[in-house]
Design a protein. Sequence first.
Length: 65
Amino acid sequence: MTQSRWKSPVFWSAVVAQVISLGQLTGMWVKLGIDAGMLGDVVAGVLQIGVLVGLLNNPTDKVNF
């Protein structure tokens, strides 16, 4: 059984994590009135790990990562 990348929850979580991370990097969240401070840095680090896992994942193969 093959799984489409577009239907993979890992793929979509990586995309969402990257969008949130880019929002933090560009200061978009501050412009929207969301001030995260140190918590934002921790969240950004966790999101980057999520992006890394999503990029290294192969959803077309259920056995191998």
